[in-house]
Design a protein around this ligand. Structure first.
Ligand code: LLP
Length: 420
């Protein structure tokens, strides 16, 4: 459930008409609903209420905006970060270092140091090589880095191939059949405090079975590690829960997920850790856009050219993803159209032959479910700027990220003297 609804014929975010945001801030603009963010965080927490020891780390990559992170922090969430930049954001949002987990296959030396400086709660180690490097850095500083070993369970998450992470051919984690040996070797290093295992098999998951299959393998690994005399106090189950992008699609609910976790992992006697991203923020945001013009095509299906483009919302171009498209003031009339942006390549297409609310030039519309992997994946391609972000709270709203104009981007560029 979200708080984007038609009131008196116009789509609102909570109690703010979207036309008001368009008039004051301009378009395109991302609009987030605080009430929706809070609701999703609480529903997720509630779904895990049967678990005695748990830690929820919001996957910042899904939406790193500082105001969004502050909402997460107020809900008691820590952060899953994958770069020094994300780590700095988590700290800036007030998340305690202890509540931060650092994932990623390519952590740099300076990022490891940054994590140790911040006293983060856990590094998720993705290779033996990385563990050895971190151990040396921590030992040289007289520290022990708390770590989990990320395993690759070789499970097909049955999602888009570009966001599947748990198959043997994916770059993530260590092969689960080699994990016990690697864990023992890393645990013997004085710079590391090996405290558990981590797994994340992919994103936008529509089925719980692959997750359950992966968790069963992790449970067996934990038993094996303990039988070998290793200590295991934490198990990080990653993120991945899918959300509805297209009306009618059915996804597992957080409650169903929580019940599965309790059934499969409830007896592990560990702190269970979670890294949800999309399920918290996806449906808490829309991308508000304006139709620039409607152009007739050769076969008479019109192109609706909107002012948002693939650089603002990359998911349709990158993954062929569907985002529902709705008029801000629907008249009840419908049309079939192609929805495209202004960028000079055919990939800048949001939808082909889509039945949508009838629109004319100047009308406002939204792409739904744009709160996750939306603004954060933007680029400045075609020398377009970065769009503004707004958060709504009841009947008020605030700009939570300024629009970055193309001139601000080119101001960082230099023509060397030898070209003069
Ligand atoms: N933990 C780890 C280690 C991850 O790699 C990810 C996402 C998450 C947690 C959060 O997963 P979520 O709960 O959001 O599914 N750009 C793509 C999604 C990439 C996901 C990458 N990893 C998209 O727009 O669909």
């Amino acid at each position: 459930m979200d708080h984007f609804q038609i009131i008196n014929g116009e789509l609102h975010a909570e109690r703010v008409p979207l036309s008001r945001i368009a008039e004051e801030i301009g378009t395109p603009v991302y609009v987030y609903s605080r009430a929706t963010l809070e609701r999703h965080a609480r529903v997720f927490n509630e779904a895990l209420s049967a678990l005695p020891k748990k830690h929820v780390a919001f996957a910042i990559k899904a939406n790193p905006n500082l105001a969004v992170l502050r909402v997460m922090q107020r809900e008691g969430f820590g952060a899953d970060v994958v770069s020094g930049g994300e780590l700095a954001r988590a700290l800036a949002a007030g998340m305690p270092g202890q509540d931060i987990v650092f994932s990623g296959v390519g952590k740099l030396e300076r990022e490891m140091i940054q994590g140790l400086d911040a006293g983060i709660g856990q590094f998720n180690i993705e290779s033996e090589e990385e563990g050895i490097e971190l151990a040396a850095i921590a030992a040289a500083r007289g520290q022990r880095a708390a770590c989990a070993l990320r395993v690759n369970p070789d499970v097909d998450a049955r999602t888009h191939e570009k966001i599947s992470t748990g198959k043997a051919e994916n770059k993530f984690g260590v092969p689960i059949d080699r994990a016990a040996g690697i864990y023992a070797r890393l645990a013997a290093l004085p710079g590391l405090d090996m405290r558990g295992v981590a797994v994340h098999i992919g994103s936008q998951l529509q089925h719980l079975q692959p997750l359950e299959d992966a968790f069963i393998k992790v449970g067996a690994l934990i038993a094996e590690l303990r039988a070998n005399g290793q200590t295991v106090t934490h198990a990080d189950l990653g993120g991945g829960l899918g959300v509805t992008y297209k009306a009618g699609e059915v996804y597992p609910t957080p409650a169903e997920y929580g019940a599965m976790v309790a059934r499969v992992c409830g007896g592990w006697d560990v702190t269970l850790m979670f890294e949800p991203g999309r399920v918290i923020v996806g449906n808490a945001g829309v991308l508000l856009t304006r139709a620039i013009r409607v152009k007739r095509s050769s076969n008479n299906t019109p192109f609706v050219i909107v002012d948002a483009a693939m650089n603002d919302l990359a998911r349709p171009a990158m993954y062929g993803a569907w985002h529902d498209f709705e008029a801000v003031r629907p008249t009840g009339q419908r049309m079939t159209a192609h929805i495209v942006g202004p960028i000079c390549e055919t990939g800048d297409t949001f939808a082909m032959d889509r039945e949508i609310d009838a629109l004319v030039a100047g009308d406002l519309a939204v792409f739904r479910t744009a709160g996750a992997y939306g603004a954060t994946m933007a680029s400045s391609y075609n020398s377009r700027g970065f769009v503004a972000e707004v958060m709504v709270d009841g009947d008020q709203f605030a700009v939570v990220a300024d629009r970055i104009v193309p001139e601000a981007i080119s101001a960082a560029e230099r023509v060397p003297a030898w070209l003069d």
